[in-house]
Design a protein around this ligand. Structure first.
Ligand code: MN3
Length: 208
């Protein structure tokens, strides 16, 4: 049975960047809903129950029933994506990464500001609901991309790329506070990114 991560901060802790009601609704309704729906879908497919969510999302084509495959793509994606999103936020966030992640950002994008510009462009360029991602492969290369709906980079290339940071650009992530101003939300998001957590994920996936 898949479980939502426990938040290490209160719903109001990310104010004023991400508001309390959005956090309550996002974690308590949206993320909880994806998680419940994923578990119901897994109940119908016992051979998936022993697999990790990463293994499942990296190999969706192996699920033969099209409606079950769609249910697991949407809800398994929603479960995984939000576990990442909430884990890399912190009231003590912001600033810039350091160490090997910072070195690789400079190599792959030029500078941290160039990375931020790319992530922002991907977030603002995603038409409708979706995500902007920073992902790594096992060699430690980084890339920025965007996906629609609850898709994520694990679903492409058989899991070659694993996201280490995701910006949720579904309207439910920002509309209560920012209304139509997605750009203002994305700007504020960077004030609450826990780069130490992003770097720890990078390290564990790449041995860097
Ligand atoms: Mn969301």
């Amino acid at each position: 049975m898949f479980k939502q991560i426990e938040l290490k901060y209160d719903f109001n802790a990310l104010e004023p960047h991400i508001d309390t009601l959005t956090m309550e609704t996002h974690y308590g309704k949206h993320h909880a809903g994806y998680t419940n729906n994923l578990n119901q879908a897994i109940d119908k497919s016992p051979n998936l129950a022993s697999k990790s969510i990463e293994e499942i999302l990296s190999d969706l084509d192996s699920i033969e029933d099209p409606s079950l495959r769609t249910a697991i793509r949407n809800n398994g994606g929603g479960f995984y994506n939000h576990n990442l999103y909430f884990a890399i936020l912190s009231p003590d966030g912001g600033g810039e990464p350091t160490g090997k992640l910072a070195d690789q950002i400079n190599r792959d994008f030029g500078s941290f500001n160039d990375l931020k510009d790319k992530l922002t462009a991907a977030a603002l360029g995603q038409f409708g609901s979706g995500w902007s991602w920073l992902s790594t492969d096992s060699a430690g290369n980084l890339k920025v991309s965007a996906t629609p709906n609850q898709d994520n980079p694990l679903m492409e290339n058989g899991g070659k790329w694993t996201p280490i940071l995701g910006i949720d650009v579904w309207e439910h992530a920002y509309y209560l506070k920012y209304k139509n101003l997605r750009a203002d939300y994305v700007k504020a998001f960077f004030n609450v990114v826990n780069w130490a957590e992003v770097a720890a994920r990078y390290g564990s996936l790449t041995n860097k």
